[in-house]
Ligand binder design. Structure first.
Ligand code: ZN
Length: 170
């Protein structure tokens, strides 16, 4: 089921989400998050974005679907790189955020197994962006120079997500 997204200044986007004790009890939510992410053309979606204040996000990068419960970063590279980010909850807004280029995420999968996934490139960026959602942080919070934020047209916004649907890295 495709779920409605919280947008912009909705207070639900600003909460620190709660840990999940039993990932296996959330299979329906995971399916709904994947469906919603795909329908929106995103590459990641966090539970708080659909009004569920839980430490869970899903990603879909280069055809690999992950459901990450209670995720934490266990390593972050010294190397930090700029990348222009957008967010399904902040339509038409883009901004360059500087973050570690590579990270290792530890999380529980949908079966409750503890996993680690090393990531660079787009997946590393998505992990960090989605992790922020679980702490009520939105990407513009990471940009001190607000001139680095820009608003694009609806048409440009749509074409950006069509590109994501074809799984091209940005
Ligand atoms: Zn986002």
């Amino acid at each position: 089921m495709r779920l409605p997204l919280l947008k912009s200044d909705d207070p639900g986007l600003r909460q620190v989400a709660s840990a999940i004790t039993d990932p296996t009890a959330y299979q329906d939510l995971v399916e709904d998050l994947w469906e919603t992410m795909a329908a929106e053309g995103g590459v990641g979606l966090a539970a708080p974005q659909v009004g569920q204040s839980l430490r869970l996000f899903v990603t879909g990068v280069k055809g690999e679907q992950l459901a990450c419960f209670n995720p934490t970063l266990v390593t972050s590279s010294e190397k930090r790189i700029p990348w222009e980010e957008g967010c399904l909850s902040l339509p038409r807004l883009l901004g360059e955020v500087i973050r570690p280029a590579a990270v290792t995420l530890e999380y529980q999968d949908a079966a409750g197994q503890t996993c680690q996934r090393a990531a660079d490139d787009l997946l590393a960026r998505v992990f960090q962006h989605e992790l922020d959602h679980l702490d009520g942080i939105l990407f513009p919070d990471r940009i001190s120079d607000k001139s680095k934020l820009r608003t694009i047209t609806e048409k440009e916004w749509q074409s950006r997500f069509e590109a994501n649907q074809s799984q091209q890295p940005e």
